[in-house]
Design a protein around this ligand. Structure first.
Ligand code: CS2
Length: 489
């Protein structure tokens, strides 16, 4: 079977949507560099840009991974092409051509820097996950972070995304080229502000003149990104090969729902993203908050509680009536009251639609994947709601159950001698090693991990007692504990 490539495209015409511009004489030039070419980027931003490219413009993407050669190895032989499979009530397939090249920063540094420095590169979008920003508990650049230290003090090529972007921006400054606009597409509250302040904080250490230039000129909108995009598996590869009649090294699958809200501060010269469905809004933080609390917080809760119960996927966990009842109660009694949603959002409907999306049988989304990086995700999705409720004297018991389930999940990994995927795996497993099963002491050990829990939160007795009670209950077994917390027992 032939492989997907520019050459194979013509044979697919008429079978499914293809990037017809790839067959034209004048192909779009690169105008966007993207850091972090994972599944989410390829199912989300690259798809939006693909739709936008149908309206013309030089907005092809150079996709850059910091270190991993995987995506480059899979897509370079395919001219950057890959298939997007939308798996929902209706299934559809589309070949995406927006990614024109895939580079590896650690191996092709001069090329990456040249792309980032070129005046024709107007945007840098990024999906580098929470940990990629190297922020401390207050959301500022962590200047003590080992890799940030390495980049700040050494003269080697940068190893962090922040260091790489700074080097490119400094080169643009020297060459009198305006900064590119940076667009964070990660699930962080106020992602654009955090990214902007991290870059300026880094620049202050390196060169105050550039820091000053950036504070005047760097555009870094906040965004809200949403689409459930599980990791690719062999089943989807086989399915795509059957539909296309050509082999694809790395197709992407996602649900039909897709949303991208961008703060309305982009330069006028931009891809036709709006025609592709992007929503520009004055205030994105309210949307971001609603999404983090109503989608990502329940997702992480399902991941930890569901894993303890022995489920494998989100869909499997959603078939457990007690678990879904618990999630619904957590949403209505603790999450909804924790924040003020955007005026234009019908939160009840929004939340119901999210739970319906979790119930999509066509999407095999592994709980294990969502459980990754809990130390980075919980402070964005669950702890803010807890903090807000504590301040307002509102309940936190169900949210605390999610935190206790995370602690139990780590202890279980330790006991089962299984790998914990988390940048803080080492200190967290060290905590698990000290756990004796006594709720008081075990919970105190976890809450003392200051990279996850702020001092204020770990010293809050209401919070401590709530996590302790849930943790203790979980000792009776996850199903029994869940029944109690869902009000069944
Ligand atoms: C998930 C998200 O893996 C996770 O932690 O909660 O990736 C989620 O699927 C997306 O944010 C949906 O937009």
């Amino acid at each position: 079977m032939a492989n997907l490539s520019n050459q194979a495209l013509a044979s697919l015409n008429g079978k499914l949507p293809i990037p017809a511009y790839r067959l034209a004489e004048h192909k779009p030039e690169i105008g966007i560099v993207h850091l972090g070419p994972g599944a989410f980027f390829r199912g989300h931003q690259a798809w939006y840009t693909e739709q936008a490219l149908q309206f013309g413009g030089d907005w092809a993407i150079s996709a850059v991974s910091m270190r991993s050669p995987d995506v480059s190895q899979a897509l370079t032989p395919q001219d950057g092409l890959y298939t997007l499979a939308v798996l929902d009530a209706v299934q559809s397939y589309q070949v995406i051509g927006a990614v024109q090249e895939v580079l590896i920063a650690s191996e092709q540094y001069p090329q990456v820097l040249a792309r980032l420095t070129a005046a024709s590169t107007k945007y840098v979008t990024m999906t580098i996950t929470e940990k990629g920003y190297c922020l401390n508990g207050s959301g500022k650049l962590d200047l003590t972070h080992a890799q940030i230290q390495q980049d700040l003090t050494g003269n080697q090529q940068p190893v962090t995304a922040i260091g790489l972007l700074f080097t490119a921006l400094a080169a643009r400054f020297q060459a009198n080229i305006a900064p590119f606009c940076v667009i964070s597409c990660d699930n962080l509250t106020d992602n654009g502000h955090k990214l902007r302040s991290a870059l300026i904080a880094y620049a202050e250490q390196k060169d105050p003149t550039i820091a000053n230039w950036l504070s005047q000129q760097l555009i870094s909108p906040c965004t809200m990104v949403d689409s459930i995009t599980p990791a690719t598996d062999d089943a989807i590869k086989a399915q795509v090969a059957e539909v296309l009649g050509v082999a694809d090294n790395w197709p992407i699958k996602r649900e039909a729902f897709v949303q991208w809200v961008i703060e309305d501060i982009l330069p006028a010269d931009r891809p036709a993203w709006q025609q592709a469905g992007v929503i520009y809004a004055q205030d994105v933080s309210a949307f971001e908050k609603a999404k983090l609390r109503l989608l990502n917080a329940p997702h992480s809760t399902l991941a930890y509680v569901g894993s303890l119960l022995g489920y494998e996927t989100v869909f499997d966990a959603m078939q457990d009536k007690t678990l879904t009842q618990f999630i619904q109660q957590m949403i209505s009694s603790e999450i909804m009251p924790s924040f003020t949603p955007p005026a234009e959002l019908d939160v009840q409907q929004y939340s119901q639609d999210i739970l319906a999306r979790f119930n999509n049988p066509a999407i095999r989304h592994l709980l294990a994947q969502i459980a990754w990086d809990g130390s980075q995700k919980l402070p964005m999705r669950v702890l803010p709601a807890i903090r807000d409720n504590l301040a307002a004297g509102k309940p936190v018991d169900k949210l605390a159950f999610a935190i206790a389930a995370w602690c139990r999940f780590i202890v279980k990994r330790y006991k089962d001698n299984e790998k914990l995927v988390d940048p803080l795996a080492e200190p967290l497993l060290a905590v698990a090693a000290q756990c004796t099963g006594q709720a008081d002491t075990d919970v105190a050990l976890f809450l003392a991990v200051d990279a996850v829990f702020t001092a204020e939160l770990s010293l809050n007795n209401t919070f401590f007692q709530a996590v302790r009670a849930a943790y203790q209950q979980l000792a009776t077994g996850p199903a029994a504990a869940l029944a109690v917390f869902a009000g069944e027992a």
